[in-house]
Design a protein around this ligand. Structure first.
Ligand code: ADP
Length: 483
């Protein structure tokens, strides 16, 4: 079976969040079950630089304001990429979505309509004969794909649409309907109209054959006003077609036994190296070299979603219990300032790096005792799964994929030896504070903590099981389509 993925991010070529990790890792896991995948991506400068191009598979005289072409290439690791080279849309430095002044690029509607149009062109007429049996779209940037497919193909392939985060909806003024050549009859509340705007996300939700999201709990949460962010009605109407499949992690990139970016390698069988990683992180981050302290880390976008203001407010509970915090993240100025101030206020106990740093993220996960993820909502979350893999105990809010991937250290779970972390609610400062105190108490008993670390390290957080679920879903759709 051939699957064309359409996405705006793919690790290691371009990444702002977990979407990239999923799109980068899922194809290899699918391949093991005989599913051939190509990923169609915008040729941002980092994508163009990271590809060895083999051939041109389509050309466009004019695609939303300039010439463009689709090229086939291989990324590091052998992942097959179809890159949309459209310099007028994508040859821009920095973040894929926002310009240097911090606001969205004013032509984002054209940029991501071009992505969908290119996907349609490639599905309808693959210049290299690679005919996709199914198209798998990711997040709002790919949302117009099923609309164009329906419009331009007599028998379009089935489309799966995955919601990685409902907060990003790709809404644009109504003028986009004619500018982007969208069918006017679909610009209704039952179609892609959303409060008199065009929503790319809603287009994907309404016109795809099946919907998935990245954890079972989030699939349920999405149908409620608290989490659905206005799309709960659409998702309730499509409940029968919506399924939650928990993300895996790339367990070759994230493996403490082979990780080249950490000071010492270790495993569940030979855990000794973790103490060296811990000492190395304390030294690198300027924390006191205290071997007994509970060293907690955070690796995150610093936004309201991630609930890190709750951690900042509850920080004294960690510190009075002898704990330390090492944070790596970038985000809103207020949250960045909050953690810079905390580091000044508690030197040697709190360290903050306001940066995006892949290598440091590995060193923190390896060196810390715990990872804190207090998100207000979290479709899946990856860092708690890195934590499980590295024996770094997750302290997480009870929501979305956090609730699905971490087993709380309640008494029954402890007795059964299956607890892997601390899961807390309500998701507020009191809940956070109580969770930190609970973690400190668990950490104080070395044997208890070790059993949680080992239970986490034994947990299967790779892609094999989830990839099998995607494959099963694809197979149902492709055979129903007569493939
Ligand atoms: P989201 O996609 O909402 O940002 P996820 O937990 O799903 O959250 O994925 C975040 C990904 O980005 C993880 O791979 C995490 O390690 C990485 N990440 C986030 N912030 C940073 C940072 N400052 N430096 C390095 N990696 C980061």
């Amino acid at each position: 079976m051939r699957v064309l993925m359409v996405a705006s991010e793919c690790f290691p070529l371009v990444k702002t969040g977990g979407l990239a990790d999923v799109v980068g890792a899922l194809p290899a896991a699918l391949a093991e079950g005989g599913c051939e995948t190509r990923v169609l991506l915008p040729a941002y400068p980092t994508v163009a630089a990271g590809l060895s191009v083999t051939q041109t598979v389509a050309t466009f005289d004019s695609l939303f304001g300039g010439p463009a072409r689709l090229v086939l290439g291989k990324a590091q690791g052998g992942l097959e990429i179809v890159a949309l080279e459209a310099p007028h849309l994508f040859d821009r430095p920095g973040n894929p979505y926002v310009g240097p002044d911090g606001s969205d690029w004013p032509d984002n509607h054209r940029r991501f309509a071009a992505l969908a149009a290119a996907a349609t062109q490639y599905a309808a007429d693959p210049g290299d004969g690679w005919t996709a049996d199914l198209v798998h779209c990711h997040d709002w940037q790919a949302g117009l794909t099923p609309v164009y497919l329906k419009r331009y193909m007599r028998v379009p392939p089935p489309v799966v649409f995955t919601i990685h985060n409902i907060a990003f909806q790709g809404c644009f003024p109504a003028a986009a309907v004619s500018e982007l050549g969208l069918p006017l009859e679909m610009y209704t509340p039952a179609g892609f109209e959303y409060w008199h705007q065009v929503s790319f996300l809603k287009a994907g939700l309404v016109f795809s054959d099946r919907l998935t999201t990245v954890s079972p709990t989030y699939a349920t949460e999405l149908r409620t006003p608290r989490f659905g962010m206005g799309m709960e009605g659409v998702l309730t109407a499509r409940a029968a077609d919506l399924v939650g499949i928990l993300n895996g992690i790339d367990d070759t990139a994230w493996n403490p036994a082979t990780d080249r970016s950490i000071a010492a390698r270790y495993s569940a069988k030979e855990p000794a190296g973790k103490a060296k990683d811990r000492a190395a992180v304390q030294a690198e981050m300027g924390l006191q070299p205290d071997p007994a302290a509970l060293l907690a880390c955070v690796i995150s976008r610093l936004t309201y979603q991630k609930g890190l203001d709750l951690l900042a407010a509850a920080l004294p509970a960690l510190l009075t219990g002898g704990g330390q915090l090492a944070l790596l993240g970038t985000g809103t100025p207020e949250l960045e300032a909050m953690f810079v101030a905390a580091a000044h206020r508690y030197p040697g106990r709190v360290a903050s790096r306001i940066a995006y740093d892949e290598g440091l993220s590995h060193r923190l996960i390896a060196g810390a005792d715990a990872i804190v993820v207090p998100s207000r909502f979290e479709p899946c979350g990856l860092t708690q799964m890195y934590g499980l893999r590295y024996g770094t105990v997750p302290i997480v809010a009870r929501t979305g994929g956090l609730a699905d991937s971490v087993i709380d250290a309640n008494e029954a779970a402890m007795q059964a030896g299956v607890a892997t972390g601390v899961v807390f609610d309500p998701i507020d400062t009191d809940g956070m504070r109580a969770a930190l105190r609970r973690a400190l108490a668990l950490h104080a008993d070395g044997a208890v903590w070790r059993s949680m670390m080992l239970a986490g390290m034994r947990q299967d957080v790779g892609w094999v099981r989830s990839a099998a679920k995607y494959r099963a879903l694809y197979e149902v759709l492709v055979s129903a389509a007569g493939g």
